[in-house]
Ligand binder design. Sequence first.
Ligand code: NAP
Ligand code: SF4
Length: 675
Amino acid sequence: MTAYPNMLAPLDLGFTTLKNRVLMGSMHTGLEETGDWNRVAEFYADRARGGVALMVTGGIGPNLEGSVLPGAAMMTTDKDVANHSIVTDRVHQSGGKIAMQILHAGRYAYGPKCVAPSPVKSPISPFPPSELDEEGIEKQISDIVNAARLAQQAGYDGVEIMGSEGYFLNQFLVTHTNKREDRWGGSYENRMRLPIEVVRRTREAVGTDFIIIYRLSMIDLVPNGSTHEEVVQLAKEVEKAGATIINTGIGWHEARIPTIATSVPRAAFAWVTKKLMGKVGIPVITSNRINTPGVAEEVLATGCADMVSLARPMLADADFVNKAMAGEAARIAPCIACNQACLDHTFGGKLTSCLVNPRACHETELVIEAAKTRKTIAIVGAGPAGLSTAMTAAQRGHDVTLFDRAGEVGGQLNMAKQVPGKEEFRGLVDWYRTMMADLGVKTELGREVGADDLTGFDEVVIATGVTPRDPQIPGQDQKNVLNYIDVLRHKAEVGKSVAVIGAGGIGFDVSEYLLEDGHSATTDLPLWMKEWGVTDPARHRSGLAPEGPQPATPARKVTLLQRKKQAHGKSLGKTTGWIHRATLKMKDVTFVGGVNYERIDDDGLHISFGEERADPTVIAADTIVLCAGQVSDRSLADELMARGISAHVIGGADVAAELDAKRAINQGTRLAASL
Ligand code: NAP
Ligand code: SF4
């Protein structure tokens, strides 16, 4: 008897059956653009072997003007068909099914040739789009239909027509971007003509036995978006036009409401999809922040959808479904929704990977094989660098001992998981703990080791991490001065007004922690919706609350300081930094930059500005928290070196600057793959 009867139930589509209710949602990995189709094929085949019922590729352009970027993958030629056939063949041999997403980006296309219903520039692209005339619209339809036909030739089981997230088809639907007065604009019937025509003509071109998924924006989260009635009307018309399945889209890319970041509650938008259930006769898929089999099962069991779409969790663990089927959910590498190695890479022009699984999109390059000789390996430090080394080394068959002076595994992850909005880190630590036990890693916790303890091992790995940087501010030894470890780990008492010194990742984290009084909106969906101004789209168009965001009263008055003059939070993630900045602004945090720290005394923190140390000011804080960065803890590494014992030094102990769990885990995994 499985714990996930709904998630693992097959879904009969008439002409074909999906073996369970899990779809791998579309992700722009950048793999297709490498031109290495064997690599693309292995990425998808790995996930097909992992048991997912149906996968959707990253967005493939139907023509130049609609492609997300110049040079982005398209489906327009026989050569494209041949390349994509490598992928579909490998997926089918692996027992999977795959659909190609056709993505016409419209005014989101990052190039001067972009086109749209009306010449309304998007706030997230520098390129103003050209308005399409009747002939231009016809060309776009026939290019999309042609891409579907070619996808069928290439062996795909279906296509997903991207109609959400503010892309081309979505742009026709709403007056926010469609100002036309011809038969493609004006009334809602006219505005939805294009998506319906696209689905109708695609069905005509591909025949009956081919999956057409239409990705429909259920809640636009931008001004003048669709009403719920319009969404239902469109869904019904899309069904009539020949779609097999409706998939859910949440929010346009330009929306200023987070929709997938780690601070968004799990399954936060499943209730929106549920509103469509029973109104159409075809299966409906829900998505966003569904990252465990338990959450997926709950969403399906409560009738929110017929299927769930998981995208990033499939980067974190290709075997998600198989492990759930085998009753091994605790062994699934959890997606913590950090975006650090996936979306931040995509938007930084880098190939996607995954913070918890560096093999994602690197399947052919980072190969983890059984070791030829079993070695004894000592690893000092059970933070992300040490844990990932231990896990991979043990998977390869080595005899691994992991030491840490702390009484628990996780290192700095244990501080991150205290921060409101970073609850997912708890699952990551739990997973590592499970894996250490499963793989027979000998964990010696609460044990400080020296060089003498490390003789006799074949390999020694030093992952001792970092210690806080000493900012050497006169008066910092006062009672009212703490550092981030005192606050996050030791839960030291903090006053009502706080000055946080250092506005890096940890300064932001500490500020967010201090603004809450132990209750996180991430675990309280109604509160989260209120704070961000999200409402039922049946109550107000687009799901934007007319009263706007209503943040809860902050628990403290926080001032966040840095010496740099640049805007606060520049070092934060590309796709998540704006959320942290917005959160702090909502909670009335004062950002002060370009400061010199003069001294600390009973009055608070004395600062001045610029080289001339002008405008001396006192920030009258009850508590001052030092978050001034970190330096490598190399004491053990240096001791070993002095004794002539060779060791591998990784993670923060290797380089402290810009250390994050992504680099630590990647470095640890790659080292272990080579030992
Ligand atoms: P960080 O990002 O390097 O920030 C250190 C802060 O301290 C900066 O604001 C810096 O700004 C200030 N600083 C540096 N030297 C100082 C000195 N001598 N006196 C006073 N202030 C000084 O380091 P972190 O905040 O400790 O974070 C460590 C790593 O963890 C980062 O690389 C970060 O990526 C990662 N992390 C990431 C997240 C995330 O959300 N992705 C969250 C937490 C941590 P000024 O030099 O301008 O004063
Ligand atoms: Fe999930 Fe982070 Fe991995 Fe992206 S990088 S898949 S968000 S864990």
